[in-house]
Design a protein around this ligand. Structure first.
Ligand code: ADP
Ligand code: MG
Length: 696
């Protein structure tokens, strides 16, 4: 297979330099290897012939057998099209071509029998097929059986490239290749009875039958996930083997005093459990890299603080990083309020910390008199030097990647323990794939007394009623969030929407003060506006998703989300977590435009039917695929899956994980002869990405 990675696709008969360029640009296909790994997304049974009278709205691709009755050209210039009337005796369907009109008109002879293959669409109440594949009945036996449909782009389609083009090119390429080198070790093939590579390539493109196709797809899905697992796990194993961590042996004064005198409320069972897990890990002698998962409001901050106190008791410093200035400030307030009374020195460092304060912080950090530093990315900058940093908390993982974590590992000779906190409930298969290098603790219990948020779906025509309800809550002294989408591709329009919304709200609720934040504001302005709302001086906050993470205003009990249909479910869930924080019965109102599709409505109804973050995340993964979740995670181990699907292939993820583990346990350096292929493939697949095991 290696040599195939080196042969430029332009040398394949039927490609040439122009198409090669197009393939590279549109689908990232550059070599023979890439082409052979451009897999069909679905398959059509070409032995089945439909009747024109059977055509209905739910059909994907179908096959018809019949004759052209007539051809007509309609329109002129660029709009010219060729229309053929095709009949099979049960009805007539229009066949439409926009390209190569003259050529086609001569190619197809009225009266001869053809097999058409394409997707029926309805236009002006009539069925037609645009650019079908057309075969002479005589030549059809060769194309029968299962036929793959290849993913294409609009541009490729416009240039006349069809699914069939790929089929033909791939068959040409395959006919010239004598043997494939196996890309998985024999033991793995044997363990899981996987189809060998040559057979799998053949069957994924041109399945002998359905069974062979399923085996081929399974093999490639497995292979893809297996190499991902192998890559992730070898890093953490290498680190664990080579890197010593701090051994926190005892619990001392800070922890005990706080726990007995300062604890604001009894810990939940889940909080106690995860603190134990973290403590055991930090006492083990290896360096901890742990993910702390807990739904919004589950009380992660208190866990973080208690763990920081354990660190202080073992004579090291601690730091906490948050993704935004607002959040960092809020953490600083919470934590210094709790910790200062027992003599702990806590400071805040962000991009807007004045020089003088910065100098003081740096001085205290190097002396060791600063115990806990809280801040934004500013904390990991190289000029921030600790005397002895031993424990580090990162809040909201999805804004911090592995690369940032690696920077922290370097902050001390002995790399500090790292606790990553996230409120994004990550389904297990996804966690294994994206965070395979982290151990996981889960807070699966809410502090007592939380009232679940009631979520409602409302449409534009109900806006007046919604405003009435908001008015009532405001009268009772409650505060209200109103959230607008601000999504990069539509930024200008979105901002306008937000600004108009702000004006409307001010006019409608003229008795109240309205604050206003979005991500494009200067930090100082944003903080000022947030503070207005947090202090209660403003009763309404009009905002974008900048309020998504962490902001804590218990008196705010209503959230209205405008254009809710444009948000992802997990994001809606995060936003919703801002209400229901102790200020009494809370509502989240999802405002949607009226004509949403059935699927969109079903998505939004998941929000109205559950407040469980894991259910929401699973549903999100199933309905949208993992793309968005991964996208926001910037995991640093960038990958996009060609064939495996994290939402559906959970079991294969598990198999891949088990195989990778057992191989690495037996042969951590992958140096056994049978594993040479693994080391080679890892290099090829991942080496252009950073080797994170070497960063520290
Ligand atoms: P998150 O996990 O979303 O970061 P926080 O740490 O901000 O949640 O906690 C949410 C709220 O719950 C805070 O107001 C916090 O003081 C409160 N809280 C945390 N732990 C408990 C507990 N054991 N009992 C009661 N309230 C708690
Ligand atoms: Mg939090």
């Amino acid at each position: 297979m290696d040599s195939l990675r080196k042969i430029d696709i332009k040398y394949l008969k039927g490609v040439g330099p122009k198409r090669a360029e197009l393939f590279a640009k549109e689908l990232n296909i550059r070599t023979f290897y890439d082409l052979l790994h451009h897999f069909p997304t679905h398959y059509i049974d070409r032995s089945q012939i439909y009747k024109i009278s059977e055509i209905n709205g739910d059909m994907p691709y179908i096959q018809l057998r019949g004759r052209f009755i007539s051809f007509n050209t309609i329109g002129e210039g660029a709009k010219m099209r060729l229309i053929g009337a095709f009949s099979d005796g049960t009805g007539i369907i229009e066949i439409v071509w926009f390209n190569s009109i003259r050529k086609l008109k001569d190619a197809y002879v009225p009266g001869n029998e053809y097999i058409l293959f394409g997707k029926p669409t309805s236009f002006n109440g009539r069925w037609n097929i645009v650019h079908p594949e057309v075969d002479n009945v005589a030549s059809v036996s060769a194309t029968q059986g299962l036929r793959g449909i290849y993913p294409l782009t609009e541009k490729l389609r416009n240039k006349g490239v069809t699914s069939r083009t790929f089929f033909t090119l791939i068959q040409t390429a395959l006919s010239g290749i004598k043997n494939f080198r196996e890309t998985l070790p024999q033991e793995v093939l044997d363990n899981l009875r996987l189809m060998p590579i040559a057979q799998a390539i053949q069957n994924i493109h041109c399945p002998a039958n359905n069974d062979a196709l399923q085996k081929a797809r399974f093999r490639f899905k497995f292979e893809e996930l297996f190499y991902l697992q192998l890559n992730i796990r070898r890093y953490s194993k290498k680190r664990n083997a080579s890197v010593q961590g701090f051994r926190f042996t005892h619990i001392g004064n800070y922890f005990n005093t706080f726990y007995h005198n300062q604890l604001p409320f009894p810990l939940t069972g889940a909080q106690k459990r995860v603190i134990k897990e973290i403590r055991a890990d930090m006492g083990s002698g290896r360096q901890m890299n742990r993910l702390l998962q807990g739904d919004v409001g589950s009380g992660k901050t208190l866990v973080a603080l208690l763990c920081m106190l354990i660190a202080l008791d073992n004579n090291v410093q601690a730091c906490l990083m948050a993704p935004t200035e607002i959040l960092a400030t809020q953490h600083f307030q919470t934590i210094s309020e709790l910790a200062a009374p027992i003599g702990i020195n806590v400071k805040l460092l962000t991009g807007s910390t004045p020089k003088k304060q910065r100098d003081l912080i740096n001085q205290q950090l190097t002396e060791g008199s600063l115990h806990i530093l809280i801040g934004t990315h500013a904390v990991i900058e190289d000029n921030v030097v600790f005397k002895n940093l031993g424990f580090c908390v990162i809040d909201e993982q999805h804004r911090f990647g592995v690369v940032q974590r690696a920077k922290l590992w370097k902050k001390n000779n002995i790399p500090p323990h790292i606790l990553v906190m996230t409120a994004t409930p990550i389904p297990r298969t996804l966690a294994m794939t994206v965070y395979g290098d982290l151990d996981v603790s889960v807070i699966d219990e809410m502090p007592p007394g939380r009232q679940p948020v009631t979520t409602l779906l409302r449409y534009e025509e109900q806006r007046f009623r919604v405003y009435q309800a908001i008015g009532q809550r405001l009268k009772q002294g409650r505060q209200v969030y109103i959230v607008y989408p601000l999504i990069a591709e539509n930024e200008k329009l979105d901002l306008k929407c937000l600004e108009e919304g702000y004006e409307t709200i001010r006019e409608t609720f003229y008795d109240y003060k309205v604050a206003y934040v979005h991500g494009k504001m200067k930090p100082a302005e944003k903080d000022y506006q947030m503070q207005l709302f947090a202090s209660g001086e403003a009763q309404i906050l009009v905002a974008t998703t900048v309020i998504e993470v962490g902001v804590n205003v218990p008196n705010a009990t209503v959230m209205v989300i405008e254009n809710a249909e444009r948000f992802g479910l997990s994001q809606l869930h995060q936003l919703r977590g801002r209400v229901g924080r102790g200020g009494g019965e809370s509502f989240c109102i999802l405002m949607s435009k009226p004509n949403i599709s059935k699927i969109t409505r079903q998505r939004l109804e998941i929000m109205t039917s559950t407040t469980d973050g894991f259910i929401v995340a699973e549903a999100d993964l199933k309905m949208r695929g993992p793309g968005d979740i991964e996208g926001t995670m910037q995991s640093g181990i960038a990958f996009d899956l060609k064939i495996a699907n994290l939402a559906q292939d959970g079991q294969i993820v598990q198999l891949a994980h088990n195989q990778a583990e057992s191989i690495l346990d037996a042969d951590p350096s992958l140096s056994e002869p049978g594993h040479k292929i693994l080391a080679e493939n890892l290099t090829m697949l991942f080496d252009h990405k950073i080797d994170l095991s070497r960063i520290s």
